[in-house]
Design a protein around this ligand. Structure first.
Ligand code: F0G
Length: 498
């Protein structure tokens, strides 16, 4: 058994520190249940040791993703009553367009059913065979759509983005020399667009600075190539700028969000994150010709340009969610949760990505399970271990998500504990921390995995694995206070056992 100690840094929150209460309270609740250790073993086995393949009823604290898992506000629910389900010319679309224009300033708004729908439209409109997309690291679906359109992804992130222990505060920055070199090397018209992602997901939810963004804007202007943001997590990026970048402390969050958006020619959004909606995505651009091309694509793949795969009531919830995503109190309370969880883990000596990012705490599986070779899938293994120990669902963000074709993989090997917005309490996070620390104590007893099924596209979603040896009994001792608590919703008994 491993001894677990550590010292928290200045940038994290001490475990004894109390979170400031968030500016909301719960009105509707959903029951959750911790399955028994034996049931959890069966569940993860049935899921092929892939947390994506678990049933949510078998999950106690679900930190798989912040995507579509947030709580709607009462204002969003009320707005949904106004949903105009007209196929064309829906009032709800125009209210959505108005919200995007007010908050981000982009002139043309093309709705999509979710982020990857928006990425698909953009790739269809701008990417051709052999064209290049320089970007800070990558996101799985973003890269996939560029490649399906025949394009080539080019990583121009700063080196720190790939260094989990580097305290650099702006790992979402683009390496300007690398970008300049890529732009100079390209034939005219070869660069489809330059992409910069806010709160860079695959690096640990790490922001870019406005200084870096402005320099990228300048380079792209000089080389006359479009500059498109992945603005999926722009609100948290704006908050980090306010907190960490000199000169912005006095700016309001809406001002900073607008300032970031203004630097680019357009943006794609998965609205399932910052905008608190279960479904929805957007492409928003300033160029009329690009908007025309995108509308030509949206009718083929998503729907009429006045709904793009969303229902009228989805667009109403989204318009309201966009406004709420500029509320500094809400965004601060969210980021504080990740800092709290990360702080407790760091204090206990759990190897995590620093600085703690926007939407998740990322555990460094290479350092957590140093006995495993990369081919034994340390992050996939660790995600299964967290589930076995306490019903906590997390996501692999390493070789399974990131390896590309037959290229050797030397990227990050992380497990993401992702926080839905406005959903879990500090007690839930304390449970998660207990589970992770418990698994760390047993880390050297944990065997690796082998892949038994590999899908052709985005394999992490549906790949299956089997353990190379029997997993130890990881179940955490003692059960949380929630065991046996409320099991009814509006008076209807809910069966909690299968
Ligand atoms: N861009 C970023 C930065 C994302 O994080 C995601 C999704 C997408 C685009 C695609 O959007 O899911 O609405 O189609 N990220 C989710 C996650 C799936 O768990 O990180 P989508």
């Amino acid at each position: 058994m491993r001894r677990v100690t550590g010292v928290a840094t200045m940038r994290t929150m001490r475990s004894m520190e109390r979170l400031t209460p968030p500016p909301w309270k719960a009105k509707v609740v959903e029951p959750i249940e911790l399955r028994s250790p034996a049931e959890r073993r069966i569940a993860i086995g049935n899921a092929g040791f892939n947390t994506f393949l678990l049933r949510s009823e078998d999950v106690f604290v679900d930190l798989l993703t912040d995507s579509g898992t947030s709580a709607l506000s009462q204002e969003q629910r009320a707005a949904m009553e106004l949903g105009d389900e007209a196929y064309a010319g829906s009032r709800s679309f125009f209210r959505l367009e108005q919200a995007v224009r007010e908050v981000f300033g982009y002139r043309y708004v093309i709705p999509a059913h979710q982020g990857r729908g928006a990425e698909h439209l953009l790739a269809r409109a701008l990417v051709g065979p052999g064209s290049k997309v320089p970007s800070n690291l990558y996101f799985t679906t973003s890269r996939e759509h560029v490649e399906l359109a025949g394009g080539v992804w080019e990583d121009v992130a700063v080196d720190e983005a790939r260094e989990p222990a580097s305290p650099f505060p702006f790992k979402g920055n683009i390496d300007l020399a690398r970008l300049e070199e890529a732009l100079a090397r390209a034939a005219p018209g070869e660069i489809a667009y330059v992409r910069q992602e806010a709160c860079l997901n695959m690096a640990g939810g790490q922001p870019f600075s406005i200084e870096n963004l402005a320099a990228v804007r300048e380079l792209t202007r000089r080389h006359a190539v479009p500059f498109i943001l992945d603005a999926t997590r722009i609100s948290e990026n704006a908050l980090f700028v306010k907190e960490c970048e000199p000169g912005y402390a006095e700016r309001s969050l809406p001002e900073l969000i607008r300032m970031i958006a203004d630097h680019a020619d357009g943006a794609i959004f998965s609205s399932k994150k910052d905008h608190f909606v279960p479904i929805g995505g957007l492409v928003a651009v300033n160029d009329v010709e690009l908007a025309r091309k995108l509308r030509e694509q949206v009718v083929v793949y998503e729907g009429f340009p006045h709904y793009g795969g969303m229902a009228g009531h989805d667009m109403e919830a989204l318009a309201q969610g966009i406004r709420e995503s500029t509320d500094e109190r809400i965004v601060s309370a969210y980021v504080a949760q990740a800092r709290y969880l990360g702080g407790v883990l760091e204090e206990a000596g759990v190897p995590i990505v620093l600085p703690i990012g926007a939407h998740a705490v990322f555990v460094d599986a290479r350092r957590f399970l140093p006995q495993l070779r990369l081919e034994e899938f340390p992050a996939q293994t660790l995600a299964a271990a967290f589930y076995l120990a306490g019903g906590v669902r997390s996501m692999e963000r390493g070789i399974v998500s990131g390896q590309h074709g037959s290229e050797p993989y030397d990227g990050l090997e992380l497990v993401r504990l992702t926080l839905p917005r406005r959903v879990y309490t500090q007690e839930h996070l304390t449970w998660v921390a207990d589970v992770v620390i418990h698994v760390l104590r047993h880390a050297d007893e944990i065997p690796g995995l082998r892949m038994t099924y590999e899908p052709e596209h985005l394999r992490f979603f549906q790949a299956r694995f089997a353990p190379l040896a029997r997993f130890p009994e990881l179940a955490i001792e003692g059960e949380p206070a929630t065991r046996g608590a409320q099991k009814t919703v509006t008076g209807v008994p809910i069966s909690t056992k299968r």
